[in-house]
Design a binder for this molecule. Sequence first.
Ligand code: ATP
Ligand code: MG
Length: 567
Amino acid sequence: MRATSFHLTTTKETPADAEIVSHQLMLRAGLTQKLGAGLYTWLPLGLRVLRNVEQAVRAEMDAIGAQELLMPAIQPAELWRESGRWSKYGPELLRLQDRHERDFCFGPTHEEVITDLVRREVRSYRQLPASYYQIQTKFRDETRPRFGVMRAREFVMKDAYSFHLDDASLDASYQAMREAYARIFQRLGLDFRAVRADTGAIGGSMSEEFHVLADSGEDEIAACSHCAYAANTELAASRPTSPDADAPLPASEAHTPGVQTVAEQADSLGLPLERIVKSVVVIADGEPVVVFIAGDDELNEAKLERALAADAIRLAEPDEAQRATGSPRGFIGPVGLPAGLRCVVDHRAAAITNFSSGANRADYHWINLNWGRDAELPPTADLRSVREGEACPDCDGTLTLTRGIEVGHIFKLGTGYSEAMEASVLDEQGREITMTMGCYGIGISRVVAAAIEQNHDERGIIWPQPLAPFHVALVTINGHKSQAVADAAETLYERLQQAGMAPFYDDRPARPGVKFADAELIGIPHRVVVAERGLEAGTLEYRDRRASDNEIIAFDDIIEHLRERMG
Ligand code: ATP
Ligand code: MG
C-alpha cells in the first residue's frame, strides 16, 4: 500500500474522553472513529487489524471442524418468547418493530436462531455432533458503553454453537473448542489466561473465560501460585482465615452515638473488624434483602446474585433500607428484624462468634452476639470477594489477583434452549432425544483493543506480527529529490509485495520525522529506510518497532532479513 492512496488519519492529540490507552491509541492512529455512544466506524487501517483477528479465528474454528454460516442480525421475537428470554433479557436487548408492528430484536447473541435452524435441519443422531460458527455484528445496549470498542454497543463477535446427543460428546467438543481458543490467542501473540467463570444469565453447567491480562481490565482474576486453579473473582473461592471460635459470652448493648461506618464501630468498641458482622440492604428483583458479611470482607455482587437467584441486584437507597428494616442507617443488625424480611449470611460471617452488629435502634450496637442464640442463622452462602494472599480452595498455594480483559467465553449450555425450543433428534433406536448444546464466543473487536493494551509504548502501538495492518514501513529520505532513492524504494516496494510482506510505502512528500512518527504510532512492526548515503554503499537501515537502534542491512539481503525477523 502506498500512503498517498491510503486513508491515514493520525493525530498527536490525545482525545479527551478516551480513558484507557487502547482507546486513545485507536483514535490517534485512526483505526476507528466514533459515530455515537458505543458505535464505531472501522476505518481502513483498523479494518485490516480486525480482519487479521477474524482470520486467526476462522483458521482455528475450521481446523476443529466447526462450519461457518451467517445468521441475520435481526431476530423475530417469537423465538425469544419460546426460549423465555424475551421477558428475561433486560434493557440490553434492543427491541424493535417492523411496519406490521411485529416484534423483533437486534441479536445480542444467537442461541435462539441457531437452535431454530438446527431443529429444522438436523433430524438424526448421525448428523451429530455438529458445530457452527459465524463472525457477525451484535448489539447490546450496555448501561455504560466505554473504552471505545472494548465495551461498545455494536461490536463484532465470533459465536459458535455445538449440538450433541449426550454429555460425553459435549465434553469432547468443549475441550476441542477450549484448545482452539488457546491456539487463537497464542497465534495472535497475546498473554492470556483461561479461568473458571460464572455461567450468568445464559445458564448451563460449566463455563470458562479467556482473559488477556492487563491492568486496565474490567475483570479481576484469582489464580493459584501453585496449582491450575484460576477463576474470575465473580466466582473465585478461597479458604480465608477467621478468628478462632470462642465460648459464647453474654450479649450486651453498647451505646455508640453517631457511629455510621464499620470502621467507626470497630474503633468505638475496640474490636477488630473481623469481630463485626455488617448488614447490607440490597434490592433483589424489587424485594429488599439483608445481607450479613464480616466487617473486613467485601460483598461480591455476582455471588449474591447467584445465591439469591436474582436477575438484578442493587444497593438499597437509605430510605428503602430504613423502610425495610425499621432501623436507622448504620445501626441495622440481625437481632429483631421484621418477621418475613429475607436475610442471607456469608459463610465466613456465619462462623464468627461473639460478634458485634447494629441493634436496630439509633445509637446502639450489640456486642458478643452469637448466631442461633441471639438471632436465627439465615441461609448461608459464599458472598464475599476473595482477597490477595488467601489460601487456594484446591491446594496449599495462595491466590494472586490480577486484572484481565474478557476476550472469549465458552459454555456447556446443556439442554436449556433445546428443551424450551424442542430441538431433538432420533437416536439409533428411533427415540426422540433432546440435543445437548455448547456455545462459545470471542469478542473479535475487543481483541483488537486488548492487544493494544498489552502492546504499546509512549510512541504508539506495537502490533504483534499476526495482527499488524502492515508488516513493513518503507520510508525514503529525500525520495522526492533523489531519483536513485525513489527508484530503489520502488524496487523494494515491489519485492516486499512479491514476498507477501504487506508493505506500507510512505511516499508522501513529508519530512522523514513525520513518517517515522506515523509508522510508530500505527504500530508497524518493521521499518526499512532508503537513504542516498546508504544506497551508495548498497545498504538500507532496518529497525524493529521495539528497538531503539538501526541495523545496517545490505540492499539485497533485506527480504531475507525481514523473513527471519518475522519468524
Ligand atoms: P462482559 O462481561 O464483558 O459484558 P459478557 O459475559 O456479556 O461480557 P458474552 O456474552 O460471553 O460476554 O460474549 C462473548 C464475548 O463478546 C465476550 O467474551 C467479549 O469478548 C465480547 N463482548 C461482550 N460484550 C461486549 C461489548 N459490549 N463490547 C465488545 N465486546 C463484547
Ligand atoms: Mg456483557
